[in-house]
Design a protein around this ligand. Structure first.
Ligand code: APR
Length: 225
């Protein structure tokens, strides 16, 4: 299954294509979450990510996240691929989550391109304790490659599943948006959970129109009994 920003919307974490709030409403995420933005103004990018980290740290997983964690114990095999970087699925109890776009709370050395667990001071641009290069948030930015292991594991799971569940994603950003096609071609039943139609809705076996915090608990309840 694949989740997107919509599964965290009811936790108060804005989706990518909603207007940002407060100070950040003047910025388009597309102009902040890029290597070019970081090269141009690393301090601004870090301020945005610290704002997002604080927002997520102050939020709680919602009933949709919890339902997916319960679902994992009800079915023989479940591969949860998320485009979200907020770590909410893990906080709700899901395990072996594939973070397709990385994790908001990890830091990566921009020179050595590896995850560095360095303490992040509260302002400015943190430096790598090993090489002194800038640290950057451990997320995948627009124009960057998906981590090879996450990419391979996600497409392998999609090619080998009976049911593909897509929750809270606009299905606009590839390669994640291509997972449903791979599952469909492999003969899987495909189900979309989204209050609004998406660009792929017509291709799904079924579309469950509603908020994931409402639909997923009902779906799991029906499976559990
Ligand atoms: N329950 C389920 N879905 C919801 C809810 C909800 N309560 N609220 C909103 N949605 C849906 C919206 O209708 C929309 O289709 O969630 C989707 C959110 O779409 P996006 O904001 O485009 O987020 P996402 O699909 O995760 O974006 C994919 O693009 O911006 C990049 O890297 C970023 O991971 C992100 C990727």
């Amino acid at each position: 299954m694949l989740t997107g920003a919509g599964v965290s919307a009811e936790s108060g974490v804005p989706t990518f294509r909603e207007a940002q709030t407060g100070l950040w409403e003047q910025y388009d995420p597309m102009d902040l979450a890029t290597p070019e933005a970081f090269a141009r103004d690393p301090e601004l990018v870090w301020r945005w990510y610290r704002w997002r980290r604080d927002l997520v740290a102050g939020a709680e997983p919602n009933a949709g996240h919890r339902a997916l964690a319960e679902l994992q114990s009800l079915v023989p095999r479940l591969t949860l691929v998320t485009q979200n970087v907020d770590g909410m699925h893990q906080r709700a109890g899901s395990s072996d989550v594939i973070e397709f776009h990385g994790n908001l709370f990890s830091n990566r050395c921009s020179a050595e391109a590896r995850i560095v667990n360095a303490a992040d001071d509260d302002d400015g641009v943190p430096s790598c304790p090993d090489c002194g290069g800038y640290l950057r948030p451990g997320v995948v930015w627009f124009g960057e490659a998906i981590p090879e292991e996450a990419l391979h594991a996600s497409f392998a799971a999609a090619a080998d599943c009976d049911v593909f569940l897509s929750v809270g994603t606009s299905s606009l950003v590839y390669p994640a948006a291509g997972l449903a096609d791979v599952a469909r071609e492999a003969g899987a039943v495909t189900i979309e959970v989204n209050p609004s139609p998406t660009s792929q809705s017509e291709s799904y076996t079924a579309s469950l129109r509603g908020n994931s915090g409402m639909v997923l608990p009902q779906l799991v309840e029906s499976l559990a009994h």
